[in-house]
Design a protein around this ligand. Sequence first.
Ligand code: ATP
Length: 218
Amino acid sequence: MATPANRLPCVGVFGGTFDPVHAAHLRMADAFWQQCRLTQLHLVPAGQPYHRAQGPQASAEQRLAMLQLAIAGRPGWLADDREVHRPRHAYTIETLEEIRAELPAGSALWFLVGGDSLQNLHTWHRWRELFDVANLAVAVRPGFDPAHLHPDIARRWQAAQVADFSNSAPSGTMRALTLPPVPLSATQLRTQLAQGEDCSGQIAKPVLAYIRQHQLYR
Ligand code: ATP
């Protein structure tokens, strides 16, 4: 996409299962877009197979289609299908390396993680390399306490946080996003949909229409 003159791309990556994409995801994406001053945002649905303890689930193609409907008309936002079409499990570091390789040298790359995920970051495949490839934006949920982070991550949190983001570093920094809490989860919405509840306040209209048309989450 077009980037303002003299500005290298500043690209954000937001991965999730998006089963289905809901209002909290879009609020997070909005905060990410604005606060990191992104010029492009990749929303990356996880591919199959993934396992859930219970309940019906949409296929990867359906989750991708719902995401496309939810973000239609947002310039710079794209539903990125690279994990959906990968024949095996995709590690975050590989997805980020792939996107990084598509960008001009020196571009800023931001990866969005939930505060919960930050607590387990040290268990992720090649987690230390995430910081070589991208910056981390953390969507902090109420109750988040850096004291509970793994010591390696806590050290990074202390060392890599920067207050002024006007000069986006290509990678290696961290920041917390200011985000009002949205008490919403896809799990809860799947239950509500299965019970025939109206979820129009939490799910975008075209996505709800898609869910009905494809008889998902019944
Ligand atoms: P599920 O209930 O099926 O686990 P989810 O609603 O948490 O789904 P995901 O697709 O797993 O949605 O979420 C993608 C990312 O968005 C994750 O990092 C998750 O922590 C974050 N997220 C989802 N809902 C919220 C919310 N209400 N507030 C803050 N972060 C959220």
